[in-house]
Ligand binder design. Structure first.
Ligand SMILES: Nc1ncnc2c1ncn2[C@@H]1O[C@H](COP(=O)(O)OP(=O)(O)O)[C@@H](O)[C@H]1O
Ligand SMILES: [Mg+2]
Length: 424
């Protein structure tokens, strides 16, 4: 690989400094492959080769910082390096193993790659760290993603077509976003199907026909995918859309294209399509209470059958037959929602890191958040709002009044049904 002679100045938020990042041409890697090739070693190697004067100037900067761990800085720098060199992203690299490729016609399109195990494993790890309690669904998503990665699908069709089903607030939409963040450079086109109930509303997706108002504006769906062909396209609450949007889905799934109103045929073969729906959720929840689908080792196949039936009743068979997988999301229990509360507070904690202030959440406080969120009815839907109003808002008041200093630890406890923040 040659250095293309381009250096870029990039701002690093974490360090409040500009650094110089080198752009390399696509081809081989600009560094020797580390012996133990895991994600940490790989990211570090990318940073060391792309950040100019890394060892002499940049590393000493964060070495002095008491706040950031080396790993968090490497992670931030790695993301900046990949902005400049998208082909160095860990999900993009394919390295020859040195072993002769096993001759298999289906696999010939992709060179034998070291990171396949790492990559697919990593996606599952990533999804299950971010989305709590939906490991079975995460496994199905990672499997579909891997199949596409190795071109074990018709290359003209979308990389995956999945339907996530389950009650509200279980993480279906969030899983779609996580797929975009993991494998599609965070390119997400989210279509809220409740905005496409009426026949003429389809024009918002593909543009208005010539001569109509809005003709020159182009469509939300076709326009976005034309600019970013590698995107996750999320049809949220797909059952709500008008029949003519379902027709458009048929064309998308079958031909891998959507024709925009101006006649341009937009390829969707690099997109990953996720639809969400709560069709069948009420039935499945009723049964799950008796058979225990919401326990850890439930009769998942039973719930799956119920969803399959409901989906087949509701959607046309042509559509259902083109879906790779109908994936049920389980009903979250209190323990799951407490864990989501901990993750949400953990995010708040990371925003506080520059102030050297940290939060800790007691189990009783996590339980209180789950109850306040009315988790039986809403899953984790309201957790974020409760953390904002019950923790972030009072914390902002404490900061404003100067009651929190550098190095403070703040304990969040539950007292008589209220969240209480106290400086330790
Ligand atoms: N399993 C989960 N793990 C982590 N967060 C979740 C989970 N389920 C829901 N949430 C939280 O609740 C919010 C609403 O979830 P969402 O994915 O929109 O639910 P759904 O699409 O299943 O109705 C999300 O923004 C997320 O913060
Ligand atoms: Mg949703």
């Amino acid at each position: 690989m040659t250095d293309s002679g381009n250096d870029f100045l990039k701002y690093v938020d974490l360090l409040d400094e500009f650094i110089t990042v080198r752009a390399f041409d696509q081809g081989t890697l600009p560094f020797d492959v580390p012996k133990h090739l895991n994600s940490v070693a790989y990211r570090r190697a990318v940073v060391e080769s792309c950040v100019v004067d890394y060892a002499s100037k940049v590393r000493p900067l964060f070495r002095r910082s008491a706040v950031y761990t080396e790993d968090s800085v490497i992670e931030a720098l790695y993301n900046i390096c990949v902005d400049v060199n998208p082909h160095l992203s860990i999900t993009e690299v394919a390295l020859p193993t040195g072993k002769p490729a096993v001759s298999s016609p289906a696999l010939e399109t992709e060179p034998a790659a070291v990171p396949d195990r790492i990559r697919s494993g990593e996606m599952f790890d990533y999804l299950t760290t971010r989305i709590v309690g939906q490991d079975t669904a995460a496994r199905r998503v990672a499997d579909t993603f891997r199949r596409a990665k190795y071109n074990l699908r018709n290359p003209r069709k979308p990389r995956g077509v999945m339907l996530f089903v389950g009650p509200s607030g279980m993480g279906k939409t969030e899983m779609g976003k996580a797929v975009a963040d993991y494998g599609f450079g965070s390119n997400l086109v989210r279509i809220d199907c409740s905005e496409y109930v009426l026949p003429h509303e389809r024009a918002k997706l593909i543009g208005a026909p010539p001569g109509y108002v809005g003709y020159h504006e182009g469509g939300l769906l076709t326009g976005r995918v034309r600019t970013n062909p590698r995107s996750v396209v999320l049809f949220d609450e797909v059952e709500k859309a008008h029949q003519n949007v379902h027709d458009l889905l048929l064309q998308l799934f079958d031909d891998g294209v959507v024709t925009a109103s101006d006649g341009v045929v937009v390829p969707f073969n690099q997109t990953f399509v996720v639809m969400t729906s709560n069709i069948g959720a009420a039935d499945a929840q009723r049964v799950s209470r008796t058979v225990g689908f919401n326990r850890r080792h439930p009769s998942e196949s039973q719930a799956e059958d119920l969803y399959q039936d409901a989906v087949r009743k509701y959607f046309r068979p042509e559509l259902v037959n083109r879906i790779d997988a109908v994936v049920p999301f389980r009903t979250l229990d209190k323990g799951d929602v407490q864990q989501i509360a901990r993750l949400t507070v953990g995010n708040l904690n990371s925003y506080l890191a520059p102030r050297e202030v940290s939060l800790s959440l007691t189990p009783a406080a996590a339980a209180l958040i789950a109850d306040r969120a009315d988790y039986r009815a809403w899953g984790a839907r309201h957790v974020e709002r409760i953390v904002e109003t019950g923790i972030a808002d009072p914390l902002a008041v404490m900061l404003e009044r100067g009651k929190v200093k550098k190095g403070d630890r703040i304990a969040i406890t539950a007292d008589h049904g209220e969240l209480v923040l106290s400086v330790q």
